[in-house]
Design a protein around this ligand. Structure first.
Ligand code: FCB
Length: 456
């Protein structure tokens, strides 16, 4: 069952909802350049998106009406520090301070993500994450965040989905900055990113005005055992923490990104497989990366099936024909919220938060003026049922943040995907609460009692 203190929340990120204002003093980030090159679906950009920077008061009032008490959002690095380092944009400080104050007035606890991909273009022009100084740059930004907001906020996450902004951003080129770099560069980038995490933890703690709590929010598809047979469970675990992806997809793994942070070393299997491409890794680096933190976040959307073959080695199982999918084609696999947290807790023993989970639907406004999204209710009901199952199994799962509050700019997919609890008409900026938001409100109010798994 969900404990009385279980944290029910929603998540968002700055770039996807804030929009820009000619007078805002923000610097450009790598996604601006990406959009200017027309790379996002239908030539979309985030100049306006949800115009949250001018509408957050109404948005937080709506959150309050919908019973949201915990909100994970990001500060845009490029907005706060237009050149990435050095000068601080005081308008951004004022805006985020007002935002957080407004959240709190509405009874909403803030959880700040430091980096949800808003990488300053000015630093990208100096090599970005490949530059050996990139960890220090990030630490400088973390210090500014702590100086300016830690009196108002207790919870911080360093990095959102490092697998994505390193791999999609620098290996496949699907995300900003859109690079397809040679493998050895990508290993250097990831090592720098992990060092940046460690340095940011130190900087946050050093500059915080009050004691704060820090987490990390990586991601990855979850390997799901095809059956409950212990051999299949072992096979799935082996794949989940192992290195079964092709090299040109190597950042899709859990342990390369989480073992250093929580166990203080890179996984042996990866060290062997990646040996020809690795940068210099020192003991001091590993100590830095493994700064003690308070909890582990994990963004979880779906999984894939694995079983033990005749020789005991893992085998990937093809999905059934006609398997359920979300609007953007992601498979619907509720068990990922059971097996993912269970495997992670076994390996890392950290208190866990599901920092993102949700689905895109083909939402539309019906003749009655409402947005009916039964598929999303079904999805969340089944996924949350698996969270409860993990809790019942003793996993120390502290909270769940639904992705996301408002329909928004979905990166390379532009406005083609709607993930929100609240529908946004991007022509008029009108917000329409979807049925699933009212449903989630009841889930939060009843602490999960209305989930179908709890029906007699
Ligand atoms: C995650 C991202 C988030 C959003 C969701 C749908 O990978 O962290 O910004 O794009 O997927």
């Amino acid at each position: 069952m969900f404990s009385e203190n279980f944290i029910w929340g929603v998540a968002s990120s700055a770039y996807q909802i804030e929009g820009r204002d000619q007078a805002d003093g923000a610097g450009a980030c790598v996604w601006d350049a990406y959009c200017e090159q027309g790379k996002s679906y239908d030539g979309a950009d985030a100049t306006i998106t949800c115009d949250h920077m001018h509408r957050y008061k109404e948005d937080f009032a709506l959150m309050r009406q919908l019973g949201v008490k915990h909100y994970r959002f990001s500060i845009s690095w490029a907005r706060l520090m237009p050149e990435g380092i050095g000068r601080v944009n005081e308008q951004a400080v004022a805006m985020y301070r007002d935002m957080i104050t407004e959240m709190k007035k509405n009874g909403i606890t803030p959880y700040i993500t430091l980096f949800h991909w808003e990488y300053p273009q000015a630093l990208q022009d100096q090599g970005g994450w490949l530059n050996e100084h990139s960890p220090e740059w990030f630490a400088e930004y973390a210090a500014v965040v702590a100086e300016n907001f830690s009196d108002l906020c207790e919870y911080f996450f360093t990095l959102n989905e490092p697998q994505c902004f390193t791999g999609l951003g620098h290996l496949s080129g699907a995300h900003a900055p859109g690079y397809k770099l040679p493998l050895q560069y990508t290993f250097q980038i990831v090592h720098n990113v992990l060092k940046a995490h460690g340095m940011a933890v130190l900087a946050l703690r050093e500059h915080a005005k009050h004691p704060i709590k820090i987490g990390y929010a990586p991601t990855c598809g979850v390997a799901l055992p095809a059956t409950d047979d212990p051999r299949d469970v072992e096979a799935a675990k082996k794949v989940y923490f192992g290195f079964y992806s092709d090299l040109d997809n190597w950042t899709w793994n859990v342990s390369w990104f989480s073992d250093p942070v929580f166990l203080g070393h890179y996984p042996e299997e990866g060290l062997k497989k990646f040996a020809p491409y690795l940068p210099k890794i020192t003991e001091a680096d590993m100590e830095l990366i493994a700064q003690p933190i308070d909890f582990m976040g994990q963004n979880v959307y779906n999984g894939y099936l694995v079983r033990a073959g005749a020789d005991g080695e893992p085998e990937f199982v093809k999905r059934a024909p006609g398997y359920a999918k979300t609007a953007c084609g992601w498979p619907v696999t509720p068990e990922c919220l059971y097996w993912g947290p269970k495997f992670l807790y076994e390996r890392y023993g950290m208190p866990l938060f599901i920092t993102e989970n949700g689905m895109s639907c083909h939402d539309m406004v019906s003749a009655d003026g409402c947005v009916h999204d039964p598929n999303r209710i079904e999805f969340l009901d089944r996924y949350l049922g698996q969270v409860q199952r993990a809790l019942d199994d003793g996993v120390d799962l502290r909270g769940y943040f639904e992705w996301t509050f408002l329909d928004n700019f979905e990166w390379e997919k532009g406005y083609n995907e709607r993930f929100g609890m609240v529908y946004v008409d991007f022509q008029t900026q009108k917000r329409i609460v979807k049925d699933s938001a009212y449903w989630y409100q009841k889930v939060m109010e009843t602490n999960g009692a209305i989930l179908s798994c709890n029906r007699p």
